[in-house]
Structure formats: C-alpha cells, structure tokens
Design a protein around this ligand. Structure first.
Ligand code: NDP
Ligand code: 8X3
Length: 253
C-alpha cells in the first residue's frame, strides 16, 4: 500500500527511534511533521529529509499541555491533516529502587511518557475521527510487558502506554482508525544517556552484544503502516537476538 503524500507526525524525531523512523518514512515520500525540543536538530534533520519529501518542524515540550495543543493546532494547511501519528517521545529518568527513587524523575516519566502522549493524541484524534481514517502507533517497550528491578516507574509508564493503546483501539474502532503499539527491548540510542544523566554507566548498557538499532525499529514501524487497509498490526514485542527478556542478555565480555 502506498503511503506517498500522506502526512505523518512523529514526536521525539530529534534522536533515536523517532529520527530513524523519519528517515525511513522520507524514503517513501511520506510528508513529515517532525517534533522535539532541540530546534537545531530539527533544522538539520529537515535540511536532510527535504531532499526526499515535504518536512515541517514543530518545537514543543510534550509536558506542556498548552504548548502542545497550540503547536499542533497551528500547523499550516499542507500539514494539518495528520494521517499517521507516531507517539514516540519518551525516556527513562533514573534506575533506582522504589524506596530511594527521585520524585522529579517520577514526574518526568509520567508527564512525558504518559501524559505527553495523551496531549499529542488529544490534539490529533478529533481530526481522524471526523475523517474516519488514521493510524496511531504508540512506542511502548518490553518494559510495558515485564517489570525489571529498579524499573518501577518507567515500567509503570510503559504499562500505561499499552493500556492506553488498547483503550484507543477499542474506542476508535468504530471510526476505522488503526491503533497499535511497537514494543522494543534494548535499542542503542540516547536513551541510556538520558536515563543515567550523562553518567559513564550509560556507556556499558549496549556493550558486549549487538543491541537493536533504531533503524531496526523504524523498519517494523514502516511495516505496520504499509499493510493493506484491512490489516492492523496491534502489538509487536521485538528484542535483539542477545536479549531473552527484560533481565537476560547474552553478553560476550
Ligand atoms: P532518545 O533519547 O534517543 O530519544 C528520545 C526522544 O524523545 C528525543 O527525540 C527527545 O527529543 C524526545 N523527548 C524527550 N522528552 C521530551 C519532551 N519533554 N518533549 C518533547 N520531546 C521529548 O530515546 P529513544 O529513541 O530510545 O526513545 C524513543 C522511545 O522509545 C521512548 O518512548 C522510549 O521509552 C522508547 N523505547 C526505547 C528503548 C531503548 O532501549 N532505547 C526500548 C523501548 C522503548 P528532544 O530532547 O529534542 O525534545
Ligand atoms: C527501554 C528498554 O529495558 O531499558 O524501554 O527498559 S529498557
């Protein structure tokens, strides 16, 4: 199925999975609204992808409800009709036992991964229901299916993403809108730099084995959005071959 000239809005397009997906979508001529807080990265990605497709940048913090709703409402006509929404912006903040966890980290994860996803969705879903078409993909995680030690609140936020995805699929079913979640295990991105706040611990996370690369996840996202109209990829759990579950990773060290 061709997606050429459809419009996709991707949150968290300045890095990792979101950026790789923007690159993949651009190859297929999908028009892009790329979102994030780091304007210089949005600008350089736009400069790169504009050789292949139409690109518009939107700078907002998904934690800020008013800013999020205003940014999306202010899209120019050529980018207003969002056919594909990729709710990808998110991160882990900290890796601590529940008894010593940091309240600011907890706020960040619930505000970005859960409430931010809801704000963006709220800005886009009414257009999809009015048109009776659209496709929403939420980036969950293996952490949304299985809790690991010290993962407590991050895993909780991703369990919430999966519950919200199911709720969206049920409620939007009468409108013919596709909703699904892609849930990766370890992916080598800036995720661990953010989680460990620049600490050297981040350097060890993807050492000794070949983790998923952001392009591997982008491939699966493109697969999901390129199925025929009667097929919806509802839920995908994907690991690198070295990873068996949330805690078991075969390392060559
Ligand atoms: P990165 O840190 O590389 O990318 C995170 C993206 O989210 C950035 O583009 C960042 O943009 C954006 N973002 C973060 N906070 C905000 C905010 N407050 N407002 C707007 N945008 C924000 O990580 P990944 O690519 O790995 O993560 C993408 C998604 O994949 C997340 O939801 C993550 O939970 C999930 N995931 C990651 C896995 C992994 O192992 N890497 C595995 C499973 C799921 P900017 O800073 O410019 O705003
Ligand atoms: C990211 C994967 O295992 O670091 O969601 O939580 S993990």
């Amino acid at each position: 199925m061709t997606n050429k000239n459809k419009v996709a809005l991707i949150t968290g397009a300045t890095s990792g999975i979101g950026r790789a997906t923007a690159q993949e979508f651009a190859k297929h001529g999908i028009h892009l609204v790329i979102c994030g807080r780091r304007q210089e990265r949005l600008d350089s990605l736009k400069a790169d992808l504009s050789k292949k497709t139409e690109v518009y940048t939107l700078n907002f913090d998904v934690r800020d409800r008013a800013q999020t709703l205003e940014a999306i409402a202010g899209l120019p006509d050529a980018f207003k009709t969002i056919d594909i929404l990729l709710n990808n912006a998110g991160n882990a903040h900290g890796l601590d036992p529940i008894q010593t966890g940091d309240l600011d980290d907890w706020d960040a994860m619930m505000d970005i991964n859960v409430k931010g996803l809801l704000y963006v969705s709220k800005a886009i879903i009414p257009g999809m229901t009015a048109r009776q078409s659209g496709h929403i993909i939420n980036i969950g995680s293996s952490a949304g299916k299985e809790v690991y030690p010290y993962g407590n609140v991050y895993c909780g936020s991703k369990h919430a993403v999966l519950a919200i995805t199911e709720g969206m699929r049920i409620d939007l079913n009468p409108f013919g809108i596709k909703v699904g979640a892609i849930n990766p295990g370890l992916v080598e991105t800036e995720f661990s730099e953010v989680r460990f706040k620049g600490d050297a611990k981040a350097d060890t996370v993807y050492k000794g084995y070949k983790a998923l690369q952001p392009e591997d996840v982008a491939d699966v996202i493109y697969f999901a959005i390129s199925r025929p109209p009667h097929v919806n990829i509802a839920d995908v759990l994907m690991f690198c071959t070295a990873q068996a579950n949330s805690t078991l990773v075969k390392k060559e060290l």
